[in-house]
Design a binder for this molecule. Structure first.
Ligand code: AMP
Ligand code: MG
Length: 349
């Protein structure tokens, strides 16, 4: 958490020149007048910044956004016994009623599971738990245990009918791969509809921005290097930028690295040579879902998926130091820092 906080602080630096907020304090700089809010929700340190508004107006909106995040956490948490997801996961096969937010998120997530042919699968929770990622008590399950768990994994058996969800007994949902993207979309909608036109949020590495910076220039977003520090910088106007990386959460055992993203086809942590996938898309939920899914797919399938869809762009960093971007980012992404001298491959249609 400390490390994440440090990286986020660094990431926001160029946006907040001359301004060093503390805890929930806000701060004001002449000109752009950034008002910033920090909180921890969904187990993640988050920052939200609104520019170019009177302080009290921006603060009211930021508080509203924070409440929204806490509400969503209350609905979607896998560990909070009062959450809708916890209730559904422990319903023993009985139908459970969902709020509109959970229904909408799940509906969109299931569509993306389908579109990615199950590389994204919101029913991987039993696997995530078996490998110890829910508690930090990491272990490598036996093959027989994984085969038994895989019986309960498979998004196609999730029955969603309006706001009623029926999960087969033993199946458990985990919306961790998409929840922050959805939350970011809800916040962007709130800011847009209330005229907070220059704003950016960072929800634990999911960056979402509205429009440009107040001076009309693009927002600059740093892309982390797997080994720490930064690998590159990206300029965006009104986009979502989401990274999934094996280095974000992992454990090592007997010289082998096991990361927190599962290949639903095998029940095992992904291991395909990719270090991270960053997606740039209009919507947070799409960027979040695809960062996880394309990480599972590996380079070749990820490229094929992009060619078939093309409504997003991506940046791939390989464990071997290779870097590749789709052609839509050719002019807006550059490698820097320790990665400055690495070759950057452009993936074309
Ligand atoms: P992200 O950081 O967005 O890539 O999401 C990773 C989180 O989603 C993990 O910590 C798991 O809780 C969950 N997850 C892991 N593998 C998958 C998968 N293949 N499909 C959907 N969710 C997953
Ligand atoms: Mg994701």
């Amino acid at each position: 958490m400390k490390r994440a906080r440090f990286l986020i602080a660094l990431l926001m630096l160029p946006l907040l020149a001359g301004c060093r907020p503390h805890g929930r304090e806000t701060c004001e700089a002449p000109g752009d007048n950034p008002i910033r809010y920090e909180l921890t929700a969904m187990d993640t340190f988050m920052t939200m910044t609104i520019y170019n508004q009177p302080g009290d107006v921006a603060q009211r909106r930021l508080r509203q956004a924070a409440e929204l995040l806490q509400e969503l956490e209350g609905l979607l948490s896998v560990t909070d016994e009062d959450s809708e997801i916890y209730t559904a996961n422990h319903s023993g096969g009985a139908p459970a009623a969902l709020s509109d937010d959970t229904r909408q998120l799940l509906e969109e997530a299931l569509a993306l599971c389908e579109e990615t042919e199950g590389a994204l699968d919101v029913t991987v929770y039993p696997l995530v738990r078996a490998w110890g990622f829910t508690t930090g008590e990491y272990r490598v399950p036996e093959e027989a245990e994984l085969s038994a768990l895989l019986e309960n994994v498979g998004y196609t058996r999730v029955a969603l009918d309006g706001n009623t969800l029926a999960l087969p007994a033993g199946m458990e949902l985990d919306l961790g791969a998409v929840a922050k993207g959805y939350a970011g979309d809800r916040i962007m909608d709130l800011f847009r509809s209330t005229g907070m036109l220059y704003s950016i949020v960072e929800l634990g590495g999911n960056v979402q921005a509205l429009g440009t910076k107040p001076d009309g220039s693009p927002w600059r977003v740093a892309v982390q290097a797997p080994e720490g520090g930064y690998a590159g910088a990206l300029e965006i106007v009104g986009k979502a930028v989401v990274t999934s990386g094996g280095y974000q959460r992992y454990f090592a055992q007997d010289g082998q690295i096991y990361c927190h993203i599962m290949d639903p086809a095998t029940g095992r942590p992904v291991e395909n040579g990719l270090a991270s996938v960053t997606i740039v898309a209009d919507r947070g939920i799409q960027a979040d879902a695809l960062s996880t899914a394309l990480f599972v797919m590996g380079r070749e399938r990820a490229e094929a998926y992009w060619r078939a869809h093309q409504d997003f762009d991506f940046i791939l960093l390989g464990e071997d130091g290779t870097a590749a971007v789709t052609e839509g980012l050719e002019d807006s992404f550059s490698l820097y820092g320790d990665w400055e001298d690495h070759p950057l491959e452009i993936i074309r249609k």
